[in-house]
Ligand binder design. Structure first.
Ligand code: ADP
Length: 392
């Protein structure tokens, strides 16, 4: 998916996603861009972003003391192309020579990797695969006990400088406009890790929300019972009761159906997205996320305007450029959710007939998934217009 993108902005953006986590571990995160690094290039920004998130994420995860850095340079190739060389260096446990080839295979982790826990052992395999697709590679050199340096090489096309870097990437922090006369909307932040809670609370307070925290699913239910919030930011994996179980119970409380719930989780697999929507969440974001994206999502869900007078953009896939239908109402969506969760086929059929009249395009999109009894997929399509249509 080659397209022009602001390279320096993308690199800074990925670093900013990890600054807080690195800071919390006392790790400085340095960025060094060579003067010749172009501002704009033509390439697959999404894949590059994913590679960097994996590698910088690993560096932060595995390093306990010392420092981290991201260095970027580029060499001009013949034919209007650049070879980018990105190095991610850390002072963590490192990797032994004999472990290196295995770690680039799927589902492989080193001794150190298993000790830290979590992770899937997929990041390096995916990163290398993407880099190779882009005419390069991911390699590593390491001195065990001292750290490692991952090198990403890839080829991108030259591109004219398309102007203001900051606005081009949309990375500017949006400001939300809250209704002036009402009390500020309430936000409940649910996460078992105190550091994550305070980061989100701080962000929400800055945006003008009235914020409370809960450190478990059960605590979230208890707080909501006496302090119904308009928005819940819910972690998924927590000791005791997980976020998805808490959502089901909160939906049954007074005011629970009206609350907007965004699940924030470290595992960004599509199945998880389907699962949490099925359990009653309104939306889903993989961690690490950009604060700008979270604020835009909140603006969409709470129908808030942005400070510059825009409405929050609603993502529309290219294939649906002509889609003009309004989103489903909260009540209707809840009716669908219940019918789908209970696999109430008669009710689903009635809803489908109504949808064909009110939202013919959406009805056509969900029809194949309904036919295939893929009820969680149906819900994804009904709730998020950016979801890609089912493959034929
Ligand atoms: P995951 O991080 O999900 O386990 P990856 O494929 O990203 O999967 O990494 C595979 C393994 O490689 C990790 O489990 C860890 O053992 C090792 N590894 C990756 N990056 C580093 C690093 N920066 N320092 C030490 N070990 C690393």
């Amino acid at each position: 998916h080659s397209a022009p993108f602001a390279l320096r902005v993308l690199l800074n953006d990925v670093v900013s996603m990890f600054l807080l986590r690195a800071h919390a571990k006392g790790l400085p995160l340095h960025v060094e861009f060579d003067a010749a690094l172009p501002s704009w290039v033509d390439g697959d920004a999404g894949k590059l972003r994913q590679i960097l998130i994996n590698l910088v994420g690993n560096a932060v995860k595995f390093t306990e003391r010392g420092e981290l850095s991201l260095r970027a340079r580029a060499c001009a190739l013949p034919g209007g192309r650049w070879e980018l060389c990105l190095e991610i260096a850390d002072t963590g446990p490192g990797i032994t020579e004999s472990e290196i080839p295995r770690l680039f295979q799927q589902f492989e982790q080193s001794q150190a990797g298993r000790q830290v826990g979590g992770g899937t052992g997929l990041g390096l395999a995916i990163s290398r695969g993407f880099a190779r697709l882009m005419g390069g590679d991911v390699t590593v050199r390491s001195s065990p006990g001292k750290g490692c340096v991952f090198t990403v090489l890839l080829v991108v096309g030259e591109c004219a400088d398309l102007g203001d870097e900051a606005t081009a990437s949309g990375s500017q922090q949006p400001r939300l406009v809250l209704p002036p006369d009402d009390a500020p909307p309430r936000v409940l932040v649910v996460d078992d890790i105190a550091e994550n809670r305070s980061l989100l609370s701080h962000l929400m307070a800055e945006a003008g929300f009235d914020c409370r925290e809960a450190s478990s699913g059960q605590e979230a239910i208890d707080v909501f019972r006496v302090w119904p919030a308009s928005l819940i930011l819910m972690d998924l994996r927590m000791p005791g009761m997980d976020g998805d179980k808490a959502i089901v119970q909160i939906r049954d409380l007074e005011g629970g159906k009206a609350a907007k719930i965004i699940v924030l989780t470290a595992s960004a697999f599509e199945e998880n997205r389907q699962h949490v929507l099925f359990m009653g969440a309104d939306d889903f974001m993989g961690k690490p996320f950009r604060t700008a994206d979270l604020l835009l999502k909140i603006a969409q869900l709470l129908h808030l305007k942005l400070a510059d007078g825009r409405d929050a953009p609603v993502a529309v896939p290219a294939s649906d450029a002509g889609l003009t239908e309004p989103p489903l109402s909260v009540e209707l969506l809840e009716e669908w959710r219940q019918a789908l969760r209970e696999a109430d086929l008669e009710h689903i059929e009635v809803l489908q007939q109504r949808l064909a009249v009110s939202h013919p395009q959406l009805a056509a999109r969900v029809a194949p998934s309904i036919k295939a009894f893929d009820h969680s997929r149906v819900l994804v399509l009904l709730t998020s217009p950016e979801a890609s249509p089912p493959s034929p």
